[in-house]
Design a protein around this ligand. Structure first.
Ligand SMILES: Cc1cc2nc3c(=O)[nH]c(=O)nc-3n(C[C@H](O)[C@H](O)[C@H](O)COP(=O)(O)OP(=O)(O)OC[C@H]3O[C@@H](n4cnc5c(N)ncnc54)[C@H](O)[C@@H]3O)c2cc1C
Length: 279
């Protein structure tokens, strides 16, 4: 099948993109096109207008301050993988980026497109949830900054409104003694994940976020007490499978033993990865 006929505009600025998006009742943003392309071809979306935002300089910016790193929405996975952008301090982002799909996907796919799409199996969705990232959203009334936990509403659902676009993702810089772990289980390399776990344990900031992703809905931010963890304690070598299993099962609308086992396994792998983290 081929897409329906649509108009195409290349926006030169965020303001121009917002104007174009609000002028047409059926306009869609085009970033890397890795999800939108197939959706167009299958006619799952039938826009009147595509607004290409990939040539907007502001959207490929990287700003690093002493407390945060902000990455423009149109920075590609490959740019992060190749370390062409400032890292949070410990190469965590580059490692996550390198595991996304295939190189051809990473060359074009963008961080903003991935977050906007809000696929539960998307790597950045879980990674940014563990990092407690903020999503910078531009619209007609200016910019709003939304914590990722509030930005994601469900599978493929966000709080982004008509005429709005993600302009960047802001992440805290990590402390010197941080330990980050990431693991995903896919049936074969390059496939979307069946299970993801991301851990950011940052004693300097008093934060420990353990996230299980690739669920049917939102990434699960696990309760540290239920896992026997806490921001002040050192990470245990292994997690006690009993409480972990109970905790994960509690989040499942319908108990699924296979899935539970996969989630427990990926969590233990992420923990091992956190222990191997360079500090
Ligand atoms: C074969 C294949 C394998 C893949 N494997 C993985 C994987 O293992 N892990 C993974 O995480 N991802 C994977 N992906 C997804 C890919 O990494 C892209 O990140 C994802 O498709 C969306 O990014 P994009 O820039 O291509 O967005 P697009 O396809 O251009 O857009 C996707 C959606 O987001 C909207 N959008 C785009 N940018 C913005 C913005 N700045 N603000 C608001 N809305 C916006 C678009 O309107 C559209 O609705 C895979 C994709 C393919 C094709």
């Amino acid at each position: 099948m081929k897409p329906v006929d649509f108009d195409y505009e290349q926006a030169k600025s965020v303001d121009e993109a917002i104007t174009l998006l609000t002028q047409s009742a059926d306009a869609l943003i085009l970033a890397g096109g890795q999800t939108l392309g197939p959706m167009l071809n299958l006619r799952l979306v039938q826009p009147e207008l595509l607004v290409d935002i990939t040539r907007i300089d502001e959207l490929v910016r990287v700003e690093a301050s002493t407390t945060h790193v902000t990455i423009g929405a149109c920075v590609s996975h490959a740019a992060v993988e190749d370390r062409r952008i400032a890292d949070l301090g410990h190469d965590f982002l580059a490692r996550v980026a390198g595991g996304i799909g295939y190189r051809a996907v990473r060359n074009r796919g963008t961080l903003g497109g991935s977050v906007a799409n809000a696929d539960p199996a998307a790597d950045w969705v879980s990674c940014f949830a563990a990092l407690d990232a903020e999503i910078l959203v531009s619209g007609q009334s200016g910019q709003r900054i939304v914590k990722i936990d509030d930005f994601l509403v469900g599978a493929m659902e966000t709080t982004i409104g008509t005429g709005e676009l993600i302009n960047g993702i802001r992440m805290p810089r990590l402390g010197a003694s941080v330990r980050c772990g990431y693991a995903k289980i896919s049936r074969k390399p390059g496939e979307f994940a069946d299970a993801i776990a991301a851990i950011v344990h940052d004693p300097d900031r008093g934060c420990c976020r353990v996230v299980v992703g690739a669920t049917d809905g939102l990434p699960l931010l696990l309760d540290n007490d239920a896992l026997g963890l806490g921001p002040a304690v050192a990470l245990p070598a292994v997690l006690d499978p009993g409480p972990v299993r109970d905790h994960l099962a509690w989040h499942m609308p319908v108990p699924d033993l296979y899935r539970l086992n996969v989630q427990c396994a990926v969590l233990q792998r992420a923990l091992a990865d956190a222990h191997a983290f360079p500090s």
